[in-house]
Design a protein around this ligand. Sequence first.
Ligand code: PLP
Length: 420
Amino acid sequence: MYSEELFNESKKYFPGGVNSPVRAFKPYPFFVKSAGGSKITDEDGKTYIDHCLAYGPLILGHANPKVVREVSNQLTIGTAYGAPTENEITLAKEVIDRIPSAEMVRFCNSGTEATMSAIRLARGFTGRDKIVKFEGAYHGAHDYVLVKGGSGAATLPDSPGIPEDTTKNTLSVPFNDEEALTELIEKEGENIACIIMEVVMGNVGCIEPKPGFLEFIRKITEENNIVLIFDEVITGFRASRGGAQEYYGVTPDLTTLGKIVGGGLPMGAFCGKKEIMELIAPQGPVYQAGTFSGNPISVQAGISTMAQLDDSFYKELERKGNFLRGNIQSIIDDEGYNVQPVGLASMFQIYFNPAPVYNYADAQESDRKIFLRYFKTLLKEGIFIPPSQFECNFISNAHSMEDLQKTSDAIELGLGAAFK
Ligand code: PLP
């Protein structure tokens, strides 16, 4: 069946025809038949250069041979044990060696679980109820953080089904706004358990912290005994070997991970200072559990992935990122487009916005109709990026320079079509 027919069929079984909202776009999303390296092929026989990369996990591209081989071996000796394995220790050591804030780790099944558990832990540690997030930040699909959320939630009103009682303790302030945060902490500081933040706001596009903003947050949280949580579900093992905290040189108390940590399989993790992590059950009283936590297949995929992520890997990926972002900048300069190219390391996006974007409100000013014309042209040209202005695009090491040149050429056409 072709994608269009499959989508019509799918709508009978799944709300909106998909199993996660960001996957739906008009008139219908392509249905995937297979993928390998930098490419993804749909049921209509068309192959795309993939810059969505499953929304971030696939830093090695699709079906990396080492990951496939080692995961396949693991499959033959069991898929879930309900008992610990040596491989969990191996992966934990990798996390602790790389992520500056990590002294102890707990593996779970998704980024959503990781942030939910880290917030519970911060509340248990401080004995305080309130939490602070930034407007437009996305920390997964659980109730406490679906307030002024990013990702798919950035395109929709706040979700019904979440009692006010659940979110009354969730406070939000604009990103990159020291004054707003200072004011909030002056008023509520004694009741605030944690600040949870995406260091780079990857769910409203790609917004970097202003110079000094992270240092300011680290200082004010320390002064007020507030737990600082960096949600590095996107940036962990992507912004650099040690994530965004290594990239910017600021270390939080707790870190949440997902996506790359499971090497393309479902997985999440949270980690941080021993003093706080020791409160997790069964060592401490803060409950956290999961049938599939530390799942041997996901853990093996994580290990097989980490084994390939060394310093030279990140240098090469940075070079590719700079090449693509450089090309985008030249196209924009040559044609005088009034847009904002953004990105770092292996992340990129273009805001269809005449002014620089520092926070959610700025991002919301971007022209989604123009973005859609750009997106559609890229798709036609065989380049797959997430179908939203409020997501980030990715590069893997499987992308060749030829791929990136093709992407650049398509972006040139896409910008032309967008502003026609
Ligand atoms: N935190 C951030 C920063 C994310 O980008 C995401 C997902 O995109 C999550 C948390 C939730 O992760 P998951 O979709 O694995 O539950």
